[in-house]
Ligand binder design. Structure first.
Ligand SMILES: O=C(O)CCC(=O)C(=O)O
Length: 283
């Protein structure tokens, strides 16, 4: 039987209250010397038509999230491109992925297997994330400029009349690998701050690298949705985003309680990073 970590009590999903707030001192960088992606990786324009779905939470079992931003983009990367990323990630591990930890504040991390049980690789690469973002950016103009959006940024920037603009994707990619029975229990994503404090993340980006049709990663994958949960702790209310190869999910850090639901069979691979913002101006 799998044990579920109860969603934190209200007011639970504020990054600064969350056990899961992410700060910069996350993990040492991995050794990247043992592999290389092809130099042409993602250098060609995407031949596929990207399909966008903005999640209208009002029409889901989670109307309390109405007005919060989450969007799905399909066909951002091809299966071959996702396979390259999986192969590159796998090549660094010697077959053994590190166990993902949980950020507990002040740059500290802990292994808490009841809350998070999956493998992780941390890989910093500005070029790769820039190429991923080049495939994504035209499809999400909503996240470009944040002005008077306290539901995303918190009230501080609004009170100070700051405009924030998106600068880039965080070069810190976290590759996550879940095998059968693994999960990441409900949590909210925290803010990632650059060492000089000039940039802060506001949105999470997930790129799903395989799906149930993928024969290369072993057994047929089942389960493993990214699940949005009700803040009411009512476990019957949720909304699932299924892993699909090449699919991108972007959602605001603030206020969205979510989990990586149990993988019931096979292996799930996803790449997670953040959208970074800088103060542009005042209005
Ligand atoms: O694996 C997933 O679908 C979700 C992972 C997640 O919530 C996270 O990395 O913060």
């Amino acid at each position: 039987m799998t044990r579920r970590l109860r969603p934190p009590r209200k007011p639970s999903c504020h990054p600064h209250h969350s056990l899961f707030t992410r700060f910069l001192k996350e993990m040492p960088k991995m050794d990247q010397s043992s592999f290389k992606l092809p130099s042409t990786f993602l250098s060609k324009p995407n031949p596929a038509v990207v399909q966008k779905t903005v999640i209208n939470f009002k029409k889901t079992p989670l109307p309390e999230y109405q007005g919060l931003f989450a969007a799905i983009l399909d066909n951002v990367l091809s299966r071959g491109e996702c396979d390259d990323l999986i192969r590159a990630a796998e090549a660094t591990t010697g077959g053994q992925w590190e166990q993902a930890m949980i950020n507990v504040g002040n740059g500290e991390q802990m292994l808490i297997p009841d809350a998070r049980d999956c493998g992780r690789i941390i890989w910093d690469d500005k070029d790769v994330v820039a190429r991923i973002w080049a495939r994504v950016k035209d499809h999400v103009p909503e996240v470009d400029l944040l002005k008077n959006m306290p539901q995303v940024t918190g009230s501080g920037p609004t009170k100070r009349k700051e405009v924030l603009h998106m600068t880039r994707l965080n070069e810190r990619m976290r590759f996550l690998k879940y095998t059968s029975g693994q999960y990441f229990r409900p949590h909210c994503d925290g803010v990632y701050v650059t060492p000089d404090g000039s940039e802060r993340s506001q949105y999470t980006l997930h790129l799903y690298l395989n799906d149930s049709d993928d024969a290369t990663s072993g057994a047929q994958m089942e389960g493993g949705a990214t699940r949005f949960h009700s803040l009411s702790s009512d476990e019957s209310k949720y909304w699932d985003v299924e892993p699909r190869v090449g699919r991108v999910l972007i959602f605001q850090h603030r206020g969205l309680l979510h989990s990586g639901d149990d993988v019931r069979n096979g292996t799930k691979y996803t790449l997670r990073t953040d959208l970074m913002y800088q103060k542009l101006d005042e209005y």
